[in-house]
Design a protein around this ligand. Sequence first.
Ligand code: PLP
Length: 386
Amino acid sequence: MINYKNTETTLIHGGISIDERTGAVNIPIYQTSTYKQDGLGKMRGYEYSRTGNPTREALEALINDLEGGVAGFAFGSGMAALTAVLSLLHSGDRVLISSNVYGGTFRLLSKVFDHFDITYTIADTTDLSVYESQINDDVKAVIIESPANPLMTVTDIRAVAEVSHRHGLLVIVDNTFMTPYLQKPLELGADIVVHSATKYLGGHSDVVSGLVVVSTQELAEKIAFIQNSTGGVLGPFDSFLLIRGIKTLAVRMDRHVENAEKVAKLLLEHKAVKKVYYPGLETAQGYEINRRQAKNGGAMISFELHENYDINTFFESLELVSLAESLGGVESLVCHPSTMTHASIPADIRKKVGITDGLIRLSVGIENIDDILADIENAIAKSERK
Ligand SMILES: *Cc1c(COP(=O)(O)O)cnc(C)c1O
């Protein structure tokens, strides 16, 4: 493997990018569950596809190169990836989670790991002294999203990692919103990076998948063991789709962000808009921190309309932008966090962390910017209560 200096090149040539046997410039889809052995104990590197598959392995090497870790792992979804990572913990352990983590992460901890006496505390990762005061002897890990879903709250990853390591915590960063093209959490001190690769990495809304990258050999051995034991692996065809998607991440992301910056500007200046949450705006919470740790503000925007606008009419009036769960695909998507992505968070907690019923989340796609802006402006105009 060659270590390329620039992420754009690693996206295309990282991992295992050439098929050794034939020279094919794409790794074949090894659609097989098992492998012939030449004799007892004489394997050719593979024995069973839950344990290892060449297509999945190429993807795992690729995401590892991109995040700059020790080993990568591919799972059947982002939630399967998070489940594997949380399986490092033991009963009695507590996890700190930043206040607007993905709803599914919250549900996994509050409704599944809870059965095994692995508990969680919602932590303020944006205020270091408050954060440090939330750490006690039971706390063994922290899960950070930056920017966090859906209020785009920025956390100083390097600072939180430093405080956490002083107390022996495992620092886990969900890098789904930024991708390694915009932000590399391991370089900022994280121990583990998790992705819902369903989003920007796949990029075409055609595959559900999750990825994990770890920073030490010890963690690599543990996650490999958990991956093989619990079995939530990604299939060969989906691994191929993900490698294919990742090749164009840089050009897609550049356009996503270019478009998002224009959409944020339109919203900021629009009389119907009460509030805009976008880390790329100079007025945003954590703008300076985000600029230090990431290339730019990404392409996810949340906003609220004033009370005299009806958000249901807004959603129904959109023609280009689709109302749908998920994000990070080439097409622009919009969602209503309080009833969709974050519905699994109880209403009182939603309210406390600022996820109002009027909040709208936008995943800005790579369509022509004028078409996106016109669609949003038209839907806002139609939603005004007369
Ligand atoms: C979608 C998402 C997940 C869950 O991933 P799936 O692939 O849907 O299982 C986790 N974290 C974040 C930030 C997400 O957006």
